[in-house]
Structure formats: C-alpha cells, structure tokens
Design a protein around this ligand. Structure first.
Ligand code: PSU
Ligand code: MN
Length: 315
C-alpha cells in the first residue's frame, strides 16, 4: 500500500510528513503519538510544552516521532511545530475516534485522534509502535450505560504495539482485561507481574506474561509477525515508577467523588473521560497530572527504545 502523497493526491489520503516518509523508506525507527491526550487530556498551556517534550523524548532515543491529528479535513501522520501548536491551542479541535475520521475528513473538520483513530492511522501508514498514556476500556457502570471505549475493538483488529500505563483507573480494570482477552489482544507486563493502574503502578490485577527489555518485546512482535493470523494489537503495559505514582488512598477517595460528580451532572459519551481526568486533577492539587505525565513520558521513552531495538534486529 502506497501512502505517499504527491501533489494532486486525493485529500482523504493521509498526509505523511517528509521526515516520516524518509524514515519509513529507510527502515529507521518511528513512534506514533496520539493527540487527544494533548488536546483534551491535559490543561493548557502545559499541554503544548508536553507535546513538544514527548517528541523530543522520541528523538533523543534515536527514533522519529509522528504525532497524529486531523487538520482541516486532512489526516496528518507527523506534525510540524505550528501544527503541533495548533493541536494544543485551537479550541475547535474535536475528539475523533476511529469512526469519526471519515465524517471529519468529509466536513473539513479538525480534531485530535484518540487511541482508536491514532492506532488505525499509524498502522495504515506502516508504523508499528505507538505510545499513549492509558487506553480507554470498559467503564465502571457498563451494565447501565454500555460505555466501552472504541479503543478496544479497534485494537482487536489492528497490528500495532501499544505502550501504555494500562487502562485509565477511572475504568473497570478487571472487566477491561477480560474484554482484551475475549478480543484476542496480547498483554505483556513490562518489568511487572501486575497490570499497571495508570496513575498507580499496579492495578492489583495479574498479567500472564512479563518482559523486561525492549529486545524481549521485539522478539514477541517478531514471533507474532512470523506466526501470521488475524490482526491484533500487542499491549506493552508499562507501570508508572512507584516514586511518581499518585498516593493510592488519595486516588481512591478522589476517584469515588469524580465518578459521583460525573453521574450527578449527567455527563455521557465522549465527555466522560476528559471530565474524570480533569476532576481528578482539580481535586488532587495537580498530583494526578504529574502522575499522568510521568506515565506518558515513561511510555514514550520505552516505545522509542522498542522501535530502535526493532530496527537494530532488522525486522
Ligand atoms: N491517555 C491519557 N489521556 C487521555 C487519553 C489517554 O493519558 O486523554 C485519551 C485517549 O485518546 C483514549 C481516550 O483513546 O482518552 C479514551 O476516551 P473514551 O473513553 O471516550 O473512548
Ligand atoms: Mn466512551
């Protein structure tokens, strides 16, 4: 599949930055980064600095970053400085899951991409490693609302390695792990026998497989590619370092309040996740934000090391 976008290419074909095109052609390491965390998951103006910092982390590890977003009806894989700034600052940026991509392109709209939209666009462009904070998943009140992030189903159909700090702890973690098993999405604990808890180093739930180095992750990716079979993502669940985690007692107390506030205000759909993340930040004196950032930084660095190890291994 060719994704080069020569002049005159159809505007619905994703645009790869020149740097990403060159890196892919030369089999140099690349890392996809999502933009919803920038536009809707972090407060302004810090979000812009974080967006730049994450790209810098990838570069300093020897890989090429590709932040992914939709701008004026075109899907971009790899943003320049002005485009990245726009994602962080433009209040008109919508939140786009995979299903929103076609309507957004057709309408000429702009939006940040969630894990589902980013993973899809990244894999389509030939990127194999993707870093985010925490995945979406099954919400705690699923039986009443049926709210399950589209991230899960998309990852069940997409060949990509996603480095994350587990799923957001605002979710029903055991139910989400169960869904991942049903959907055939592989889960590796990175340096841990427990699934991470996003703001917390551990969710308390066990994982079946543990790896300890980027090379071991690459070996699993290689084994999957060689085996073949239906497409599915591989999750590398990388815990936030214990020294950077949110105090578990504070986490549990504030999360209960946040979930109550969400229900009382009748917040539903796409607004739920940004509301809960923001509520936690406000009511932990910013501590949840620091834990979130520590998790994202760790994931981005690890993703870059995996991408570099994969290139070095020649696959
Ligand atoms: N990780 C973070 N912050 C975020 C998200 C992930 O640290 O804001 C975003 C991702 O884009 C993820 C989305 O795909 O939250 C899930 O939203 P929902 O539950 O509405 O599917
Ligand atoms: Mn949802």
């Amino acid at each position: 599949m060719s994704l080069n976008t020569p002049a005159g290419a159809h505007p619905y074909v994703p645009v790869l930055s020149a740097e990403i095109q060159e890196a892919l052609a030369a089999h140099r390491p690349t890392v996809a980064l999502e933009s919803t965390i920038i536009a809707h998951g972090l407060p302004r103006p810090r979000n812009r600095r974080v967006a730049e910092e994450l790209e810098e982390l990838v570069r300093s590890a020897g890989a090429v970053p590709a932040t992914i977003a939709v701008l004026d009806g075109r899907a971009h894989i790899g943003l320049d400085k002005d485009q990245l700034e726009r994602v962080a600052e433009d209040p008109a940026m919508r939140k786009l899951g995979h299903r929103d991509l076609a309507p957004a392109l057709a309408a000429g709209a702009s939006g940040a991409t969630t894990v589902s939209a980013t993973a899809f666009l990244a894999a389509r462009a030939g990127l194999r490693v993707f870093a985010t904070g925490g995945l979406g998943g099954v919400h705690r009140d699923w039986t009443a609302t049926q709210d399950e992030s589209a991230d899960l189903r998309l990852l069940a159909r997409t060949d990509i390695t996603v480095v994350c700090a587990g799923v957001k702890s605002i979710l029903d973690v055991p139910a989400t792990l169960q869904r991942l098993e049903t959907l055939g999405v592989g889960v590796l604990g990175y340096g841990t026998e427990h699934f991470p808890g996003f703001y917390l180093s551990s969710s308390g739930e066990p994982v079946d497989w543990t790896v300890r180095t980027p090379e071991e992750v690459v070996e699993v990716m290689w084994a999957r590619e060689t085996l073949g079979g239906p497409a599915a993502a591989l999750i590398v669940a990388n815990p936030v370092p214990q020294k950077d985690q949110l105090d578990p007692a504070l986490h549990d107390r504030v999360l209960t309040q946040a979930l109550d506030a969400c229900r009382e205000r009748g917040i539903v759909g796409q607004a739920v996740t940004p509301f809960l993340l923001d509520h936690l930040m406000q009511h932990t004196g910013g501590a949840s934000l620091e834990a979130n950032l520590a998790a994202v930084r760790g994931n981005v660095s690890l993703a870059a090391r995996i991408a570099v190890a994969r290139s070095a291994a020649g696959h």
